[in-house]
Design a protein around this ligand. Structure first.
Ligand code: GDP
Ligand code: IMO
Ligand code: MG
Length: 430
């Protein structure tokens, strides 16, 4: 039983990429199981920065087989560009596997995503406009087109004709947009992308299960979550969510590996909170401290460049994330960003309609109205980005982490003190 899941415990951009890269040193497979190029996972190696959207962060190691699982939605253009960009920087993508069951994103998905956002006006979700929601909608409606369809021209064209005829009606009659040309899409997908991607298309379900079944030579598999628990389609702050199951359960369905293989589940959370896009955010800061965290933490979207909203660490949400994911441990990132702030706050409960609540309110309206109840801590003045051990941290930083660990209720194992691969320390042993 050797499956480890790295899952976002907040609203995304927690620094999952950094820890996936770090842990990949001891892995045989690294699997993306959901989401698409709405994700942006950053790795910094010797000052060199890599941002990955579709390819698992394990790609940096020659011994790792990176897998894009069936649960991912793939824009082939973006994947081809990502492969080319990595190869140009000397990172081999030769071992990459793309599940034949992964659904493809088409230009109409992106157009519809944009059109829906525009139509929603002030009520927009703030999506990445990458076509993610519409592609998953087609998957659920059973009119999606999968990577394996690229390998059968007749089937591909038949499916595309059916889908495009409906999408063109929607685009032109409902959204007042230009219709898309079938031949142009066929040319791009069946000539360019098919040729470039077919070497990678594989039966990844068998690949992973065979690897995990080999008792004598059991392989270690890391599942790399994209987005996060509170952007999960079922468990997030719906409708302000993405369209996939980002939580640990998604690692099973999005890869075809049974849940009993998922034994170690690492939630990643920042030492504060951020969110991109619309939706409730009880601990959101609209003051100088928030602005300072945004600046020091460089809190701008990895792909879209949008400013991230900032707030204090929310232990109530984290406790919920522990349950949703059966989280076995927590990794805290960006502790260094809090250096030099006089007073830190942690949300330990909410006040809703005059009542104290220790958990996430069941009704979304209550969540929108939830007022955070804080515990306050002294900050530290020292710069901690070079600290390599628990004992090396200032005592105020140690107190802060001890409190987070006790409030959340699972051990904090790793703590990030900078973006670099080596900038982390071990906090508790598992
Ligand atoms: P992901 O989507 O969860 O992989 O996270 P992103 O890559 O979108 O955003 C996290 C950002 O924080 C990236 O720019 C990382 O390089 C950076 N980062 C990760 N860990 C740390 C840390 O411990 N300290 C600091 N200062 N930056 C970090
Ligand atoms: P990583 O993997 C942060 C947010 C969008 C929007 C909502 C829906 O880098 O943590 P979508 O385009 O998915 O339909 O948008 O989800 N969102 C993310 N926020 N990090 C991400 O990925 C995100 N992927 C989507 O901003 O609010
Ligand atoms: Mg990101």
């Amino acid at each position: 039983m050797a499956g480890t899941v790295v899952v976002g415990a907040q609203w995304g951009d927690e620094g999952k990429g950094k820890f996936v890269d770090l842990m990949s040193a001891d892995m045989d497979f690294v699997v993306r199981y959901q989401g698409g190029h709405n994700a942006g996972h950053t790795i910094v190696i010797d000052e060199e920065r890599f941002t990955l959207q579709l390819i698992p962060c394990g790609i940096m190691y020659d011994h790792v087989t990176p897998v894009i699982g069936n649960g991912v939605v793939v824009d082939p253009k973006v994947l081809v560009e990502e492969i080319e960009a990595l190869e140009a920087r000397g990172v081999s993508c030769e071992k990459l596997k793309l599940s034949g069951n992964a659904h493809l994103i088409f230009p109409y998905h992106q157009e519809i995503d944009e059109a829906i956002e525009r139509r929603l006006g002030d009520a927009k979700l703030g999506t990445t406009k990458r076509g993610i929601g519409p592609a998953y909608a087609d998957k659920a409606a059973r009119v999606g087109i999968r990577a394996q369809d690229l390998l059968d021209k007749d089937i591909f064209i038949k499916k595309l004709e059916i889908s495009l005829s409906e999408k063109n009606l929607l685009l032109s009659k409902v959204y007042g947009r230009a219709e898309l040309d079938l031949d142009e899409i066929v040319q791009d997908y069946l000539t360019n992308y098919k040729d470039q991607l077919s070497p990678y298309i594989a039966d990844t379900v068998s690949l992973l299960n065979d690897a995990l079944a080999d008792e004598k030579n059991e392989k270690r598999v890391l599942f790399e979550g994209a987005q996060a628990t509170f952007l999960d389609l079922d468990h997030g702050t719906y409708p302000f969510v993405t369209s996939s199951n980002c939580s640990a359960g998604g690692a099973a369905t999005g890869s075809g590996v049974g849940p009993r293989h998922l034994t170690r589940i690492i939630g990643v959370a920042k030492a504060y909170s951020t969110r991109v896009g619309s939706g409730p955010f009880p601990t959101e800061l609209d003051d100088e401290v928030g602005a300072r965290i945004a600046e020091v933490g460089d809190e701008f979207g990895t792909n879209t460049g949008r400013a991230r909203r900032i707030g204090w660490f929310d232990a109530v949400m984290l406790r919920h994330a522990v349950n949703i994911n059966t989280m076995t441990e927590l990794a805290i990132t960006k502790l260094d960003v809090l250096d030099g702030i006089d007073e830190l706050k942690v949300c330990v409960a909410y006040e809703v309609n005059g009542k104290k609540l220790d958990g996430v309110p069941y009704h979304q309206t209550d969540f929108h109205d939830a007022k955070p109840i804080y515990e306050t801590f002294s900050g530290w003045d020292e710069a901690i980005s070079a600290v390599e051990s628990r004992d090396g941290l200032p005592s105020a930083a140690q107190d802060y982490l001890k409190f987070l660990e006790a409030e959340v209720g699972v051990p904090i194992t790793l703590v990030g003190v900078g973006p670099g691969r080596a900038q982390f320390l071990q906090w508790s042993e598992v």
